[in-house]
Design a binder for this molecule. Structure first.
Ligand code: CA
Length: 250
């Protein structure tokens, strides 16, 4: 069955392919149905080894990955595709029960791009799929010299960060951050929408001006939020997982 909506196409004009890895058949069916309705080509796998085979042969544009799978787990699939198949930039969304929170954290640290706690609405999933594909596309189109630390960022809401001059302003008003606060905020803002675990944030600021623990990350975030004022609302706590920067989409 072909979806009526043809806008989800790749740069080369073909439909974008989403691989859905899910062993519960009714959930798999539901996800696939909604993705097809949005105009995506859909591949499906109900086990980890099958997923890896399809990734190798069909080169999907994005993977929706359940963690609890028979045989090879979702985390093993993720590890394998990132570090054995070396697919560092293949977008992956983890779909997992809230009770597997530590697995979700591990998954994010293994390089998953986003996660969705089960049970979820298919509409939320397709929105996340589209947002992530847009983000990846944006990254590819943005001219970089391979050094993300050189890039100025300007957000739609008006937050501007210049990592070379180490300056930040919101709607023209300058905000003074410590080196650690600046590094944390810059990381999150330059990958807006991406969830960072506390560990990922810690490794960003290691060697900086502050002894770094999970608790101190929370303290730093609280402080930079305060300095940001209204703009600080975009720094979101992702309950039990970490933090992300996301401005209201108008
Ligand atoms: Ca499962």
């Amino acid at each position: 069955m072909q979806g009526p909506n043809m806008q989800n196409t790749s740069a080369s004009g073909g439909k974008q392919t989403i691989l859905v890895v899910e062993d519960e058949m009714d959930i798999q069916e539901l996800i696939c149905y909604h993705l097809r309705m949005e105009g995506f080509q859909v591949e499906r796998a109900s086990a980890g080894d099958e997923a890896l085979r399809i990734i190798q042969t069909n080169e999907p544009n994005l993977v929706v990955l359940d963690l609890m799978l028979p045989g090879i787990s979702g985390l093993e699939v993720l590890k394998n595709l990132r570090f054995v198949m070396n697919l560092k930039s293949l977008p992956v969304i983890i779909a997992s029960a809230r009770t597997e929170e530590s697995d979700i954290i591990t998954g994010l640290e293994l390089g998953a791009d986003d996660y969705l706690p089960k049970p979820f609405s298919p509409k939320v999933l397709t929105a996340k799929v589209k947002a992530l594909l847009r983000r990846v596309q944006g990254d590819r189109e943005a001219p970089t010299n391979g050094d993300i630390a050189q890039k100025n960022v300007i957000t739609p809401a008006g937050l501007t960060m210049d990592p070379l001059r180490h300056t930040c302003s919101f709607k023209g008003e300058e905000i003074n951050f410590t080196a650690t606060e600046f590094a944390l905020l810059y990381l999150m803002v330059s990958e807006s929408g991406r969830v960072f675990t506390r560990n990922q944030l810690i490794s960003t600021v290691k060697g900086s001006d502050y002894p770094v623990t999970e608790r101190s990350i929370d303290v730093q975030i609280a402080s930079l939020r305060r300095k940001l004022g209204v703009a600080g609302e975009a720094v979101k706590t992702v309950w039990g997982i970490g933090y992300k920067y996301q401005e209201q989409e108008s």
